[in-house]
Design a protein around this ligand. Structure first.
Ligand code: 13P
Length: 253
C-alpha cells in the first residue's frame, strides 16, 4: 500500500494572521502523521509558509503556475519562482482555473511540464462536470485531460500526482460516493500504468467535499491514495482528522 497524501487547497483564502494560527494548530497536531501532508496557498503567502514550515512534517505548495518560463507575462508566477520558495507541489488544471480562466488541456500540460522542469511535483486535477457525468462522458473526459499531460511530460509521467475532482462535488457538499470515486480512480490508474513502468510512484487523490465525516470511507478505497481538500482544510481540527483517517504504512513499503 502507498502512503497516503493529504493536500489542503486553501484556494483564495487566508491572510498572514489566519495562516499563522492555522499552521500552528496543524503543526501541533501533526506529530507522527500516518500520511504525507501539505498545504497549497496563494502565491503571496509562500514566503510565510517557507519560513514557518521549513524542516517540519508539513510540506507546502502553490495553487497554479505559468505555462511560460519567464518574460512579459504580467501577473503570472513561474515555476522557477515557486522553486525559490521551496514549493514541493503545485496544483495545475484545477477546475476553477479551467472554468473561470479558460485553461485548456494543453495549457495545463505545459504547466505540468514547467513544474517538473523545476523539480516541483504537479498535482494535476481532472474531473467531469455534472453534464458530462449525466451524458455518460466521465471516463472520456478524465482520460482526455490526463492524456494531454502524459503526452507532454513523457518519461516523467510517474512523477505527477493526479487529483480526481468531479466538478459537481467541489464546494457543493455533494461528495462522490466511494464507489463512484473508486471507479474513476481505477480508470486513471490503468491509464498511468499504461504510460509508465514506474506508475507505482503515482498517487491519485480524490477531491470534492471530502471532510471529517466521509474521509475514512473514501480513503479506504484501493485506488484512492489521498485527498485534495478545499473547505475542510481551512479548519485545523477537520483537516487533522482527515490526515488521521489514513492507514499507517510500514516503513519501506
Ligand atoms: P472542497 O473540498 O471545498 O469541495 O474543494 C475541493 C477542491 O476543489 C480541492 O481542490
Amino acid at each position: 500500500m502507498t502512503k497516503k497524501l493529504i493536500v489542503g487547497n486553501w484556494k483564495m483564502n487566508g491572510g498572514l494572521a489566519d495562516n499563522a494560527s492555522l499552521l500552528a494548530a496543524l503543526l501541533a497536531g501533526l506529530h507522527d502523521s500516518p500520511a504525507d501532508v501539505a498545504v497549497c496557498a496563494s502565491a503571496p503567502y509562500l514566503a510565510q509558509l517557507q519560513a514557518l514550515l521549513r524542516g517540519s512534517a508539513l510540506d507546502w505548495g502553490a495553487q497554479d503556475c505559468s505555462a511560460h518560463e519567464a518574460g512579459a507575462y504580467t501577473g503570472e508566477v513561474s515555476a522557477a519562482m515557486l522553486r525559490d520558495f521551496a514549493c514541493r507541489y503545485v496544483i495545475v488544471g484545477h477546475s476553477e482555473r479551467r472554468q473561470y480562466h479558460g485553461e485548456s488541456d494543453d495549457l495545463v500540460a505545459q504547466k505540468a511540464q514547467r513544474a517538473l522542469a523545476q523539480g516541483i511535483t504537479p498535482i494535476v486535477c481532472v474531473g467531469e462536470t455534472l453534464a458530462d457525468r449525466e451524458a455518460g462522458r466521465t471516463e472520456f473526459v478524465v482520460k482526455r485531460q490526463l492524456s494531454a499531460v502524459i503526452h507532454a511530460v513523457g518519461h516523467c509521467a510517474s512523477e505527477i500526482v493526479v487529483a480526481y475532482e468531479p466538478v459537481w462535488a467541489i464546494g457543493t457538499g455533494r461528495t462522490a460516493s466511494p464507489e463512484q470515486a473508486q471507479a474513476v480512480h481505477a480508470v486513471l490508474r490503468a491509464q498511468l500504468r499504461a504510460a509508465s513502468a514506474h506508475s507505482s510512484r503515482n498517487r491519485i487523490l480524490y477531491g470534492g467535499s471530502m471532510n471529517a465525516d466521509n474521509a475514512a470511507e473514501l480513503l479506504a478505497q484501493p485506488d484512492i491514495d489521498g485527498g485534495l481538500i478545499g473547505g475542510a482544510s481551512l479548519k485545523a481540527a477537520d483537516f487533522l482528522h482527515i490526515t488521521a483517517c489514513c492507514p499507517r504504512v510500514a516503513a519501506g513499503i
